[in-house]
Design a protein around this ligand. Structure first.
Ligand code: ADP
Ligand code: ZN
Length: 725
């Protein structure tokens, strides 16, 4: 068995990364011990590495089952670009190609073979597999998108059910199942259907800390709103409910000079594939799509996802918006919300014939509304929906960053609730609002409700205002609603407290559209310009090989290049994301571009520039946090202590402190108070004022033994940020 302590060097060698993401190391250790595994990680969590690295470290072939041809091709391309022997077999190949790939496998040239389930279990393929087992050995089966075995998941595929046969035919070969679906029901199904033997189960947090979540009230000028969001850099997806809307928005965007293409079920297969490929290859920047688009799209550098219309459920919103930022870099998820959309969806629900389906759909709509109208942290609401507790303020959503102003609406609430009481708790929201606003419609007259004391007492407010209030009362539990499909409003104990003036009611006031994200400010033009040039080079190299640009280098790696401006291959090779193979393949080209840039701009060529990257711990002049720093930040924000982070990441605590102090200096959301008590911060700041920030030793001497270098370092980070010259 490979030496476990050598896992990090292997990670760097093959994939160019410096450290594992949370969970990966332990999973890989267990995979190397031939355990069965069930791996549940959100999109972008880094599942693939969990079977790819073991595949490279173990003798024999790892067989990867994957449901979609596009997915297979992507993964194989990415692996090959790292110089790894990988191939796929699927229906897109002719028999000659199949034969030559099979030969390569039998010669031991391939470490990872991707196949579709129906091929794997075919009469023709199974004997070949047995031959492979005898000749070179099979190191593992990896079942990707394993939720496809479950009828309870969102993407059931009957072929997946047959995979059980693998266990029967090859009982000794370990199986890894991987999925991003969170529900317990599906989890059980996977274990049972794939006959996993005492699997070790890894459930990663479903939190995606790099995603910024926000709701924007959809205005009359919703298209201009969209256009403004699209000004942001990078690729993005715009989801719409209907094909008609997709076509309309695409056209408008094209007219406004945005490179956009449509994607929906009304297009031919060829058109869809073509548009998708052009998006993945960065030929177009924006995909306008119905939800038909996305499953199996592996593009890691999607920078924004806009829902132009309401999503059907919170789960689908999580999955769809989750296509942003798989590479861990910041990305923005915006949901346009209007009450008009609710009516459309309610209408669609009414068209369903099965009452059970209607009920479920209504409940899902309710949850989406809860999310959209909620004033709590968006992340907290989403994760709560998956049964995961998230402690309050995430600092990366609109509600956390721009808390909504609330207004005291006790009087209005009393009017509303007493109207419900007067109507004897037998009517829904629309009728109550009609009574309040003094409508003369048929139903009012039929029930003689124009005689009620609450008739017309709410004329001063629009129906929309009353609806907002009513919904908010429901969300706050100050009013109930029957779930029999009729949505009759019912009073509860809390309603009576309000009516007796024992309880004040606060309602969030709809805020104006949110200010732009501020990350732009962090960028300096020099780094930014070089980054854009490196992107162009990347695109050119990718096109030459007909692969997507991210296969060449991830955005994060390009950022590191732009920031560190390495001048030698050795320096270049140290960057996260540069493995041995990529160093050989691309190092010279990127170095030449960087050098040319430095010369043109007469920048001093940094002699030891890589050492200046914050990750390596020198005082930070950096602008972007590195991957490894972002991980530390993520764990810190989840409330882990320095010691816990160190243990989890298998990194020394002092390194974690360095990450945190650099992050503080870069004005990242580190909670300094959690690390150093405020009165001690005060003392350290005084010391900094007196002796300056240059020497930690001097500061320590000034403060005395009672203060640790760690504390000083952290506070110094802030001090340096505030006193930058
Ligand atoms: P998933 O399949 O879980 O959606 P992927 O396996 O595609 O996610 O990984 C998402 C992205 O994260 C990829 O770009 C991958 O290269 C990157 N990644 C995975 N592991 C690491 C790591 N340890 N360090 C840095 N980047 C990583
Ligand atoms: Zn939040």
């Amino acid at each position: 068995m490979p030496q476990l302590h050598s896992l990090e060097p292997a990670l760097k060698h093959y994939f160019g990364y410096d450290s594992f993401r949370p969970g990966q190391r332990q999973i890989i250790e267990q995979a190397l011990q031939n355990q069965d595994l069930l791996i549940i990680m959100p999109t972008g969590g880094g599942k693939s590495l969990c079977f790819q690295l073991p595949a490279l470290l173990k003798p024999g072939l790892t067989v990867v089952v994957s449901p979609l041809i596009a997915l297979m091709q992507d993964q194989v391309e990415a692996l090959r670009d790292n110089g790894i022997g990988a191939t796929f077999l699927n229906s897109s190949l002719n028999s000659h190609q199949v034969r030559s790939r099979e030969e390569a496998i039998l010669k031991g040239k391939v470490k990872l073979l991707y196949v579709a389930p129906e091929r794997l279990l075919s009469e023709r393929f199974l004997p070949f597999l047995t031959l492979v087992q005898h000749e070179i050995g099979i190191s593992a089966f990896a079942i990707d998108e394993a939720h496809c075995v479950s009828e309870w998941g969102h993407d059931f595929r009957p072929e997946y059910r047959q995979l059980k046969q693998l266990r029967q035919r090859y009982p000794g070969i370990p199986t890894l199942a991987l999925t991003a679906t969170a529900t317990a029901r599906v989890r059980q199904d996977i274990i049972q259907q794939l006959a996993l033997a005492k699997p070790s189960i890894h459930v990663a947090s479903f939190n995606r800390p790099n995603l910024y979540y926000e709701i924007q009230p959809k205005q009359k000028q919703s298209y201009s709103q969209l256009l403004q969001l699209i000004q942001a850099e990078g690729s993005g997806i715009v989801y719409c409910l209907s094909r008609r809307k997709v076509n309309e928005i695409t056209l408008k965007l094209q007219q406004d000079g945005v490179a956009a293409l449509p994607y929906h079920a009304g297009l031919s297969d060829e058109e869809r594939t073509e548009n998708q490929t052009r998006f993945i290859r960065d030929d177009v920047r924006v995909m306008v799509a119905t939800i038909a688009f996305g499953m199996g799209i592996n593009k890691p550098d999607v920078r924004f996802v806009v829902h132009y219309d309401l999503p059907r459920s919170l789960e689908s919103y999580y999955q769809e918006s989750g296509r942003a930022g798989r590479d861990g870099e910041p990305a923005r998820c915006t949901l346009f919300f209007s009450y008009g959309d609710i009516k459309t969806i309610e209408y669609l629900i009414e068209q369903k014939s099965d009452p059970q389906e209607q009920r479920i759909a209504r409940q899902q709509l309710r949850q989406v509304l809860d999310y959209a109208e909620g004033t709590d942290c968006r992340r907290t609401i989403q994760l709560g929906y998956f049964g995961e507790r998230f402690g309050g303020n995430c600092g990366n959503c609109d509600n956390c960053n721009y808390p909504k102003p609330v207004a005291d609406c006790t009087i209005e609430a009393m009017k509303f609730l007493s109207c419900v009481a007067r109507c004897q708790e037998r009517f829904g929201m629309n009728h109550i609002i009609d009574v309040l606003r003094g409508s003369k419609n048929q139903k009012i007259l039929q029930y003689n409700h124009q005689k009620l004391s609450t008739y017309g007492i709410g004329k001063d407010k629009s129906a929309e205002d009353w609806r907002m209030l009513g919904r908010s009362l429901l969300h706050q539990g100050l009013l109930d609603q029957t779930t029999d499909g009729y949505s009759v409003l019912k009073l509860n104990a809390l309603s009576w407290e309000v009516m007796r003036r024992q309880r004040t009611v606060f309602i969030a006031v709809t805020a104006a559209p949110k200010p732009e994200l501020e990350d732009k400010e962090l960028r300096t033009s020099e780094v930014e310009i070089l980054f854009q040039r490196l992107r162009l080079l990347r695109k050119q190299l990718a096109d030459e090989q007909s692969v997507p640009p991210y296969v060449v280098f991830a955005d994060s790696t390009l950022k590191l290049m732009a920031q560190a401006q390495p001048q030698t291959l050795t320096e270049f090779g140290k960057l996260s994301g540069v493995g041995s193979h990529k160093l050989n393949q691309y190092g010279d080209k990127f170095l030449a571009e960087i050098k040319a840039y430095c010369q043109e701009h007469q920048l001093p060529m940094p002699t030891n520039s890589v050492a200046a990257i914050p990750a390596s711990g020198a005082g930070s002049s950096a602008i972007f946090p590195s991957d490894t720093q972002l991980f530390t930040l993520q764990l810190h924000r989840q409330g882990l202590s320095v010691a816990e982070i160190a243990q989890k990441r298998n990194i020394r605590p002092t390194t974690i402190i360095r990450h945190l102090s650099d992050l503080v200096e870069m004005n990242q959301p580190v909670d300094l108070n959690q690390l150093v008590p405020p009165h001690r911060q005060q003392k350290i700041s005084e010391a900094l004022l007196v002796v300056g920030s240059h020497s930690l030793n001097q500061i320590r001497e000034y403060l005395g033994e009672g203060y640790s270098y760690d504390e000083i370092r952290l506070v110094r980070g802030r001090w340096q940020r505030e006193n930058k010259v």
